[in-house]
Design a protein around this ligand. Structure first.
Ligand code: FES
Ligand code: MG
Length: 579
């Protein structure tokens, strides 16, 4: 490509830094020249950020160095200038008390980094759970041309001839150890067999779900979600991402042009079709909020309700992302939705034009892994939103991961005030609990934990596990890992720590849920609930620091748990010079 052809039609925003002859331009250029940049870097060609969320502290994204080099090559090939930068580590497995406490902080960091620097566009490199939403939220609030590249899933885990899925088998095996069916030595041996290659969780957990969401939203290239991290074609895709972002800057295609209402509707239906994580609900609500796209929990229920789950992956089904890739990946799912009239084919894609033509030719190579519409894994696979006096703002359940027999249930509450209370008493042989009980966990929501930890899939009482019980109804204001399964009601809003009705549940209260009618009721009369509410005291807040700012400003789960002051798009303009 010639130099003139590589230049955008109008001077890019980086010209305000690097163009001209004054003192400020001298300063902006001179210090960058110490990296060997020459005059060509400052002649008005697109300056492209590579936002690299990988580091040694984010194992799922630790391979991003090599991948970023491929993005860099693509940017150079298309006539842009690549500038890579890092961000705070958002490693799901390492961060305490929960990575979710820092999603909004990282999004704020990304937003301010993009706006404050001489950048015209950005490739967002994401993988581990919170990295995808944090980067998309930040980029959406700046509305600078952006394209998301996922790092790809790990290869299948293998242990003693058995296939292991990230997360899902940790939950299964730890229950087996507690129930006495697996030894601790075997449990330890499985550890290194589960995570045996670069990449993020290879179940249809939150990371793979969010990679699929990015692809379904059109903000990632077709094929982005399924290619394993170590597949050479992931490098090819990274180079293509580098070339495309330069084009997007030239065409002035911004997140608000891609992330339309129709794009979100596509993503919600795709989530149902892949049996995706409940975490996608909260993340997509937050991303939509950054762009002013109206999106509600009711949209999730309504749009996903009749969409069948086609993808037979753990935790809802049998296979893993490697098989999903070999079967044809997400374009096949989108093609099948399109054929059922469940895809807005005219929604845009960063690949260019509408998304429809990028997926409607996709071939399926394994109908067991990506099932046809005529033989779905679950006929109605969407995430159901239940409401009632126990959760006026809604509570979610992933129907495909629940036990059909428990989808309509009446049971007595066994209440845990917080996660410490749960851990202290769950295995107490004297705990008055049966398989019909409803385990209730309070104070694990956005304000309560703080950060809305993934503790909603409470392990079952050891004495019931030993009796062979495999599932029970669980209810909380927490989230659960996308790799988890069971009849788990999550995200109850308003949360207990905000004085929601969940705070008023007591041991022995009867709870009735019915997924078919979307109802969740506490069978306690309003007068008694009012008495209990008068006695209720809010838990103490963190005294200072980020946790205090978070608790003071985080919104409830049904609004995406973003900070109230971060909602909206603030654009890419900066009024003042720095000197
Ligand atoms: Fe990083 Fe699962 S822990 S993707
Ligand atoms: Mg997680």
């Amino acid at each position: 490509m010639s130099d003139s052809a590589s230049k955008p039609r109008k001077p890019p925003r980086s010209t305000h830094w690097f163009g001209g002859t004054g003192k400020d331009a001298f300063i902006h250029r001179s210090w960058m020249r110490n990296q060997g940049l020459d005059d060509r870097a400052f002649d008005g060609r697109p300056i492209i950020g590579i936002c690299n969320s990988g580091s040694d502290l984010v194992p799922c994204n630790a391979h991003f160095k090599g991948l970023a080099d491929k993005v860099r090559e693509g940017i150079l090939q298309a006539g842009g200038v690549p500038l890579e930068f890092s961000m705070m580590p958002l490693g799901e497995t390492n961060l305490r008390p929960t990575a979710m406490l820092f999603r909004n902080l990282a999004a704020m960091e990304v937003e301010e980094t993009l706006r404050a620097n001489p950048l015209d566009g950005v490739v967002l490199m994401a993988g581990c759970d919170k990295t995808t939403p944090a980067l998309l939220m930040g980029a959406a609030s700046v509305d600078m041309p952006a394209l998301l590249l996922s790092g790809g899933p790990m290869l299948n885990g293998r242990y003693r001839g058995q296939t292991l899925g990230s997360g899902t088998h940790v939950w299964k095996f730890s229950e087996a150890v507690r129930g006495g069916q697996m030894s601790s030595a075997e449990f330890s041996a499985a550890e290194s067999c589960m995570s045996r290659s670069a990449g993020h969780c290879m179940t249809m957990g939150t990371a793979s779900t969010m990679a699929c969401m990015a692809e379904a939203l059109g903000i990632a290239l077709p094929g982005n979600a399924a290619l394993p991290a170590v597949d050479a074609r992931r490098h090819t895709l990274a180079r293509e991402a580098g070339r495309r972002i330069v084009e997007l800057v030239r065409e002035d295609v911004r997140p608000r042009n891609i992330l339309t209402r129709e794009a979100f509707e596509n993503a919600i239906r795709v989530n149902a079709a892949i049996g995706g994580s409940t975490n996608a609900v909260i993340h997509l609500l937050a991303i939509a909020g950054r762009l002013g796209v109206p999106l509600t929990l009711a949209d999730w229920d309504r749009l996903g309700r009749d969409v069948p789950t086609l993808v037979d992956l753990l935790p809802a089904g049998r296979f893993l992302m490697e098989e999903f890739c070999y079967a044809g990946g997400l374009p096949v799912v989108m093609r099948r939705l399109a054929e059922a009239g469940l895809l807005h084919e005219q929604a845009p894609s960063v690949a260019g034009g509408a998304i429809g033509p990028h997926v409607t030719q996709a071939e399926c190579f394994d109908d067991e892994v990506i099932r046809p519409l005529s033989n779905p894994l679950v006929a109605q696979g969407g995430i159901a939103v239940l409401r009632g006096n126990l959760a006026p703002g809604g509570a979610l359940i992933k129907v495909s991961a629940a036990s059909p027999a428990l989808l309509s249930h009446r049971g007595q509450a066994v209440v845990f005030e917080n996660v410490e209370d749960y851990k202290a008493r769950i295995d107490d042989p004297e705990l008055p609990v049966s398989a019909d009980s409803v385990l209730v966990l309070k104070n694990c929501g956005p304000k309560g934990y703080p950060g809305m930890a993934e503790v909603g899939n409470m392990g079952l009482p050891a004495k019931l596990l030993a009796q062979g019980v495999t599932d029970m109804v669980r209810l909380s204001d927490a989230r659960m890992s996308g790799t988890a399964y069971g009849t788990v009601l999550l995200h109850a809003a308003p949360e207990a720590a905000a004085g929601g009705p969940l705070a008023l549940v007591r041991d022995g209260d009867w709870i009735r849920l019915d997924v078919a009618t979307r109802s969740l009721e506490l069978e306690v009369d309003a007068a008694e609930l009012a008495r209990r509410h008068a006695d209720w005291q809010a838990p103490p807040k963190p005294v200072s620091g980020w946790a205090r700012l978070y608790v003071d400003h985080v919104m409830q789960a049904d609004s995406g748990a973003d900070m109230d002051f971060l909602v909206g798009c603030r654009g890419d303009a900066v009024a003042r010079e720095s000197h």
